[in-house]
Design a protein around this ligand. Sequence first.
Ligand code: ASN
Length: 332
Amino acid sequence: MARRLLVLYTGGTIGMDHTPAGLAPVPGLLPKLLDRFRRDDLTIDVVEYPELIDSSAITVAHWNRLIDDIAANYAAYDGFVVIHGTDTMAYTASVLAFALHGLNKPVVLTGSQLPLVHPRSDGWSNLADALEAAAQPNLCEVVLAFNRQLLRGVTARKLDAASFAGFESPNAEPLAEFGIDVAWYRDRWRQPRGEFAPVRLDESAEVLLFMLAPGATAAQIGRTLAERKPAGAVLLSYGNGNAPADPALLDGVRVASAAGSLILNLTQVVHGRVAVGAYAASQPLAQAGALPGADMTPEAAIAKLTVLASQRLESALARALLEKSLVGEFND
Ligand code: ASN
């Protein structure tokens, strides 16, 4: 029987064309171009979103629409392809991975660096690989198909805006590589867990991202944390999770944590992990209440905090879940 795939088209460069203001999405263009992929063993339905966006404009409301569309069509399809701009694709992939509890089918995000209408577009191969992955019977996670690689959504980052190799998983291996033959690394794929039970996001939950820098930044981060007491915050510290023992920073982490804020300490370095205790300079943040985020990507951390905050869990449970790998976000 033919595999049934649903393509949700949200926007991005892949379906753009030149307009007087620069590249912009053109309604109707991409669904027509997708005709090229029709074949007997695949049924492909396409939903073009009413407002096609450059993914830099993505909001929590857009994420809820994707979650709702996948949930509403979950039983009717074998796999899903989300066509998305590259700028925030890693964030959306991460949000879907944490929100789609018990996912038992592939959800594959893709897009391109050059539009399909460009003669050298990378979009054709990305789409071909995404459709191939979405038709895999034993893939039950959110992944990203790009530049002939299949990456786990929660480990992928946009690291290059100037080449076709837009995405990498800095701390993880790919789940497949597409060549003349496809190398499906099935031993790296996650096993299905539990019943499908998607979580809708709380659009009012405040989740913030801060990056440390020498100078006035540390104290400013502390003051903002103390004032806002956000539902969640990611702090990109140095190296293996080190930070200055700045009294305003530590006080902000302490005050916000005591008020229930979930604060994750991640490193601003692309490769490697937060390891509390590797350096003495990692201890004060931990003692003030920040939890170590290991080698999670910042995108995955924002997504995990957004989904946990939306579930309104008791604080001890939320903190325990933050320290556990839920969908492959930690890599050792
Ligand atoms: N600005 C575009 C977007 O994220 C970039 C792309 O898709 N290559 O929508």
